[in-house]
Design a protein around this ligand. Structure first.
Ligand code: SF4
Length: 276
């Protein structure tokens, strides 16, 4: 398997990247259990004992044959402009603080974005929009997100995708969504201090509502829209869900989502967290 240098840290990596090869932020070990079916996803998601173990297990998951095939094919074929780079080619895990107050939920990694760089919303225009807004609101140490290993750190915030593998046409099937939801639910259990969740787009909105409901939260039924919100409560506290149009190029190029609109959502999250 041909190895290529990482564009920031150097070193040589295969595409897809193998665990335990010093790729930035890769916490998987050669002995990390690999889920190859829904049953195995459920079993591992229910038995991991830490967020790090969960992150490692997600990063080597192979439970959806169509997505494993797609992410691997893209990683091997590569877009021409990135042909001199290694491609991560594995699930994009949650990124950011281990005990955050803010959680941002997207749809799925981009084939030549996170599937290449190994970090969610990194290496494409969507990430430029998201992390610029997070930086302006004080949730990120820098406004740019070029590649895993570029020094980006999230402050009191974490970002994840509802489906962790890049899907063809950005469209996971309902079965793929449901299998991956077990990773999402497990990750939420390791994040007990989340006060605000920003859902980027209707897919993330619906999935987040489904996850919170499974965890025993109650809230009114509200249709997704930019600026929509739901206050969820359970006996232990509350979580505010905020909706934002997705930071996809489809929305940002057309002006459906403007910088001011996105800033407004992150400012709402900041005010809520600071007052809580
Ligand atoms: Fe595993 Fe989720 Fe990727 Fe399916 S989409 S292979 S469940 S990480």
């Amino acid at each position: 398997m041909k190895e290529l240098p990482h564009p920031i840290i150097g070193g040589s990596f295969s595409s897809p990247v193998m665990p335990s090869t010093n790729w930035p932020m890769d916490v998987a070990l050669t002995q990390t259990p690999i889920a190859k079916s829904l049953t195995q996803v459920k079993k591992i998601a229910n038995t991991v004992e830490s967020l790090t173990e969960l992150t490692a297990a997600i990063s080597v998951c192979r439970a959806c044959p169509r997505l494993v095939s797609w992410r691997t094919d893209v990683a091997i074929t590569k877009r021409k402009s990135f042909e001199d780079q290694p491609y991560w080619g594995r699930p994009a895990t949650g990124f950011g603080a281990a005990n955050p107050a803010l959680l941002v939920v997207g749809l799925a990694p981009a084939a030549n974005g996170a599937n290449r760089t190994g970090r969610i919303f990194t290496g494409d225009r969507s990430g430029d929009w998201l992390y610029r807004a997070m930086h302006k609101a004080g949730f990120a140490n820098q406004p740019t997100s070029e590649h895993a290993g570029d020094g980006l750190e999230l402050i009191n915030a974490r970002v994840l995708a509802a489906v962790r593998c890049a899907p063809p046409g950005n469209k996971p099937t309902p079965t793929e969504r449901d299998i991956c939801s077990h990773w999402f639910a497990a990750e939420l259990k390791f994040l007990p201090n989340v006060q605000v969740i920003i859902a980027l787009g209707g897919f993330a909105w619906d999935q987040t509502i489904s996850m919170l409901t499974q965890l025993g939260y109650l809230g009114p039924k509200v249709k997704f829209g930019h600026g929509a919100s739901i206050e969820f409560t359970n006996p232990d506290g509350s979580v505010l869900l905020l909706g934002s149009y997705h930071v996809s190029q489809q929305n940002t190029f057309t002006g459906r989502l403007t910088e001011a609109m996105l800033d407004d959502i992150f400012n709402q999250a900041k005010v809520c967290i600071n007052s809580g």
